[in-house]
Design a protein around this ligand. Structure first.
Ligand code: SF4
Length: 364
């Protein structure tokens, strides 16, 4: 069902190739082979070109070059960390919230992120795409549930499909009256920007529904010139763009890096949408921060950039209970002291962007 673009043939898929290109150490090869036997590896030439091989802590390498630490599982980690399976009524569909579904079309990606929350399901060797029967059953499910307003194409990466196949899928979905929004989550504009060509743009535009694209990037260097050109093509085709970023230790757990990333998104017509707290995917503890660190970063970001550049910091609650905003609180109820000049009106403590506390209503 899906055709993979031959342009991706230059992708590095084996630890030995990474060593040969100077992206991994020869002394680590045996460990990396063990990681690769369990979790998919792919580094496109675009991503390989962004890696600073002189820097042992390079934030791009940290996201894509496997590490022996991935073989260490910690308590609480789970093969299905956000509980997709418990909300899957038919193959390919996750129906967690009333008005929207995830539609998982493919299980392959242009690159494989070392922190991926679906790392047990994506990659070669896993089922590569829905069978035609499963696809038709999933469409029937969407058709039969009139409350579904938005279909979120995810995977894997839906932009790994050929433009021809993607156009068919977009048309099938847009033909369903109650489906008004088709949102596509993708890393392709960053990881393989040449795929965003005229055919792909044509496939993404469909009558009868509005296409939105959520672009996954975690470090400002990922928005290379080629990635910016790909995003511009999408924006100029009238497709609204939002971002999603995963908070990652050693990649973007730094206010200046997050600031640069959010500014770059906005400069490229991408509205910052989600900053995800790292999910409890197996072997990813070395890449996760604490929630307290995430909240402090969000506090600092608010003091540095405009509201246009603010993502929402969210946690996917393990067990399939959905997303919850977990940013720092700015408002709390103040305890009344002494006589009450407000005649029972609730007073609040509110924190400004500098961290200073004020009261609302203010003192007379
Ligand atoms: S592109 Fe998305 S689905 Fe694919 S490996 Fe990265 S995080 Fe996982």
């Amino acid at each position: 069902m899906n055709r993979i673009d031959p342009k991706l043939a230059a992708t590095l898929r084996h630890p030995a190739d990474l060593v040969e290109r100077g992206l991994a150490k020869a002394t680590d090869l045996a460990d990396l082979e063990r990681v690769a036997a369990r979790y998919a590896v792919a580094v496109t030439s675009d991503i390989a070109g962004l890696i600073d091989t002189e820097n042992p802590d390079d934030p791009i390498a940290r996201q894509f070059i496997p590490s022996a630490l991935e073989l260490v599982s910690t308590p609480g980690e789970n093969a299905d960390p956000i509980g997709d399976d418990s909300h899957s009524p038919v193959a390919g569909i996750v129906h967690r919230y009333p008005d929207r579904v995830l539609f998982k079309l493919v299980h392959v990606c242009a690159v494989y992120c070392r922190f991926c929350f679906r790392r047990e399901m994506v990659g070669p060797g896993k089922e590569s795409a829905l069978s035609e029967t499963a696809y038709r059953n999933a469409l029937d499910y969407i058709r039969g549930h009139k409350e579904i307003w938005e279909v979120i194409l995810t995977g894997g990466d839906p932009l790994m499909l050929s433009p021809r196949r993607l156009a068919e899928i977009m048309a099938d979905l847009a033909a369903i009256d109650h489906v008004k929004i088709i949102r596509i989550h993708t890393r392709v504009p960053v990881a393989a920007p040449a795929r965003i060509d005229a055919d792909m743009i044509e496939a993404l535009r469909v009558g009868g529904a509005t296409t939105w694209i959520a672009i996954h990037a975690n470090h400002p260097r990922e928005l290379s010139d080629a990635a910016r050109t790909a995003c511009a093509r999408l924006a100029e085709a009238g497709i609204p763009l939002v971002s999603q970023t995963v908070l990652l230790r050693g990649v973007n757990d730094d206010a200046a890096v997050l600031e640069a990333l959010m500014r770059a998104f906005v400069e490229n017509r991408i509205k910052p949408y989600y900053l995800h707290h790292g999910d409890l995917a197996p072997g990813t503890a070395h890449l996760r921060t604490s929630i307290a660190e995430g909240q402090e970063l969000m506090r600092r970001l608010r003091g540095r950039v405009s509201g246009l550049c603010q993502p929402e910091y969210v946690l996917d609650i393990p067990g399939g209970h959905g997303k919850a905003p977990i940013g720092p609180p700015y408002l709390s109820q103040a305890n009344s002291q002494g006589c009450d000049p407000y005649q029972g009106e609730t007073r609040y403590r509110v924190v400004d962007y500098c961290g200073d506390v004020h009261h609302y209503p203010p003192k007379p």
